[in-house]
Design a protein around this ligand. Sequence first.
Ligand code: HEM
Length: 487
Amino acid sequence: MALLTFQVLLAAAALLCVVALARKLYSPLAGVPGSKLSLFSSIQLRYHEMHGRRTAFVHSMHRRYGTAVRLGPNEVSFASASAMKEIYMSKGSGYDKTEFYDLFRQFGLSKTLLVSILATKLLTGYVFFQHSKRRRILADRYANSNIMREDSLHGIQQRSQNFVTRIKESPQQNLDIYLHLHNYAFDCVTHHLFHPHGSNSLLDKTDEEIMCEVSFDNSLVRRLMIFYNPTFGHFLGKMGLFGAQRAIPRAQALVKNAVKQENSASFTLVGALQDGKGSLDSTQIASECMDHMIAGIETTGDALCFLMWQLSQPAYVGLQDRLRAELRENAYMSIHELPFLDAVVKEGLRVFPSIPMSLPRCVPAGGATVDGWWLPEGTTVSCQPFSMHRMDEDVFPAPDSFNPDRWLEEKGSADRNRLFFSFSAGGRACIGRHLATAEMKTLLRDIYSHFRSTPADEMAADMMMDDQIFTTRPKGQKCLLKFTIVE
Ligand code: HEM
């Protein structure tokens, strides 16, 4: 009798396995190119994610399988302009963000602009309204015309001069630009959010500590583990495997204090939120501002860091000379009227997008067809900037090489801009794009008008990309450059 029961159980288990196997083999994702393993499990992707190599892994899959690749039983990555248009721009805002964005909670609230979707995901129509309405309220503060206003731009210029002061005052003019570019980005974004209540971390150690608290985060594995498997993740956390839990009390205090002030400059974000148009209470305003503050530090800091490191390599001294010539000949022109400076910034963001990895979205109810592949609702789909900038070699020949001149050619310009994805696209693209560009151009102008940069003799840190939850950073978290004055 016992033997019979065992045989029945074994047969039932075998049947279940066969059914599960058949469901995978006949799933709509079975036809999408990708490794056999990815049909059954995302383990390979998760492994690379935990080791800070998600972008490189996904790109290697694209190189192997083409512009559509299955990454897991429920996940597909695309690398084409048509897929990008469908995923991020259809009906304006594209598909909804996935729960991945829940990893960015501030003040206990679901992240507003970035993940407004999650707070009220059952009310899909309302969520769409909420995001687009909020975005409209905030948009004018991030419009290029507001960023380029004299009082706003003057603040960025002052912070850029503070960076130059750091160069001049550093021993032998060797500066860890990784640290100080984060300080620069922190001071610029808090200026834009809160002036006159922003930070001064380039000159003030206490504010630099706040920047480090927010920015230099080593909780990648903890956060991913807890996200993918809360029970197991929390269990490992309790066992002390991940070290102390990360907290950002001083950054929260800075934001809360700035939100309480009533005399913020008219170009600031907090000013727009306080005037009641958004109907947000002070905790919601603080949460929104904290999101923007965090979104504006590593992105701009790391993009500038990778770019300046590249420009400092021996092969690119000639580019620095060309840049200097343009900057000196046009010292009184606006930063946006300098074509070579523009090309350098764009090529930097193309080769080293500081958010290089997949921006995940969820296929809407009823399913959808992306690049000819029909995908059921709930499938995670994405494009990653790193691959968008490399897969089409007709548009970007020799895609791994850093060549600003490609942006100066008229031929192919529309195609290049169509594939440029560093700030994403559509209704949920980067709202801080103009601010980031102004910060980057202002600093590069101030530095390369007067200095030549080279790697410092002592520089031994690893500059390989090390992916975090959303951004990538140099693995060694240090980038020592030597600055020499050019007469
Ligand atoms: C080089 C610098 C920057 C890069 C490469 C960058 C890139 C991006 C990307 C790719 C997204 C879309 C994320 C997604 O779709 O999942 C995004 C969103 C966002 N970025 Fe940036 N960003 C930069 C600088 C900034 C700055 C300076 C701010 C200042 C506040 C900022 C604020 C935001 C915000 C608030 C969002 C969410 C927009 C929304 O959901 O509507 N970013 N950024």
